[in-house]
Design a protein around this ligand. Structure first.
Ligand code: ASN
Length: 323
């Protein structure tokens, strides 16, 4: 009996193996990957021209992003110390900018977030890469202008460089004809208009990317003290139903504000004691920044049904993984 079960399980596994190899062998894949490669090339060029310093990613660290939703924990023990696997480099970005010699930085940053499986979810991978940037002294308007310039630069570049790829994928490029500045909406106004699913509905109706401002989320995004309960943070929403593609904010950087927000959010202060110490010593500067998902941008550009369509190996939550 036992051997039958084993055989059955093995049979299932071999079917999954076939599927995994079919996924690697899709004829669309090289075109999608070429477009993604061109995105990264254009991003690097844009950053280089703007004199933004590229930092190499950190993959494990004693602190990482607290996130605003639950994911499974994954810790690593090394030399008697506990490390988390990077969920985002938000705190590293702030610490890097404590240097008097660095003002603007970015990282092509791999992130691991062990998301729960959700039915119909087309936009999460449990590991992905974001282009994560942070600027000293910047505010929301600076980030909007910067990112609008980046999106336009990347899309114009792709249209020029990747005509053959779009032809091979059988899609046009009119969704990449963006006009800046992008429209700005607050979460409150769209909620009144469309109800709880406002992000998805507004994205489906839109034909241009737009900003969605004011989200109640992680402690490090700055609260607007002139309008308590509202926040100086933002998402960039891709149109045609592709939803969130980037998020960021002005940051809390003052000791008392960081502590207040941590306490409101129930963050473990002991785990963050060295970060808090830096804030107490006035070493965390005023900054703003954001990060956009590379695979999400690729999915939008290539008009793929779901985010896992742009990966070589499946990283969709809830699957069985062989590689
Ligand atoms: N990169 C984002 C930011 O800069 C944070 C995140 O990925 N959760 O705000």
């Amino acid at each position: 009996m036992e051997t039958y079960v084993l055989k059955d399980e093995r049979k299932k596994e071999l079917e999954i193996l076939d599927k995994a190899i079919e996924k690697v062998g899709r004829k669309e894949l090289p075109h999608i990957l070429r477009i993604q490669q061109t995105v990264l090339k254009a991003v690097d060029e844009y950053m280089y021209k703007k004199n933004i310093t590229r930092i190499m990613p950190i993959m494990i660290a004693p602190i990482t992003d607290t996130l605003n939703h639950d994911v499974e924990e994954c810790e690593v023990n090394y030399e008697g110390q506990k490390f988390d696997i990077t969920k985002s480099m938000i705190f590293h970005k702030q610490v890097i900018l404590s240097s008097p010699y660095l003002d603007k930085i970015y990282i092509v940053s791999p992130n691991v977030r062990l998301e729960q499986e959700e039915k119909g979810d087309k936009r999460h991978l449990f590991e992905f890469t974001q282009v994560d940037f942070e600027f000293k002294g910047a505010d929301m308007d600076d980030i909007f202008e910067f990112q609008e310039g980046l999106v336009k630069y990347v899309f114009d570049y792709i249209k020029k460089e990747c005509a053959d790829e779009f032809k091979a994928l059988g899609i046009g490029t009119s969704h990449l004809d963006v006009s800046v500045p992008f429209k700005r909406y607050t979460t409150q106004e769209l909620k009144v208009k469309y109800g709880d699913d406002f992000e998805e509905i507004a994205s489906k109706k839109a034909t241009q990317p737009f900003w969605l401002i004011n989200h109640k989320r992680e402690f490090y995004d700055a609260e607007d003290l002139e309008n308590p309960g509202t926040y100086k943070n933002y998402d960039l929403i891709w149109p045609y139903g592709y939803i969130e593609g980037m998020s960021g904010g002005e940051r809390e950087y003052k000791y008392d504000r960081i502590l207040t927000r941590m306490r409101e959010n129930g963050v473990d202060e002991n785990a963050f004691r060295n970060y808090i110490q830096l804030a107490k010593d006035g070493k965390i500067p005023k900054t703003a920044g954001a990060g956009f998902g590379v695979e999400r941008m690729t999915r939008f550009i290539c008009q793929q049904n779901e985010i896992d369509d742009v990966t070589v190996f499946t990283r969709k939550p809830g699957e069985i993984y062989l590689f």
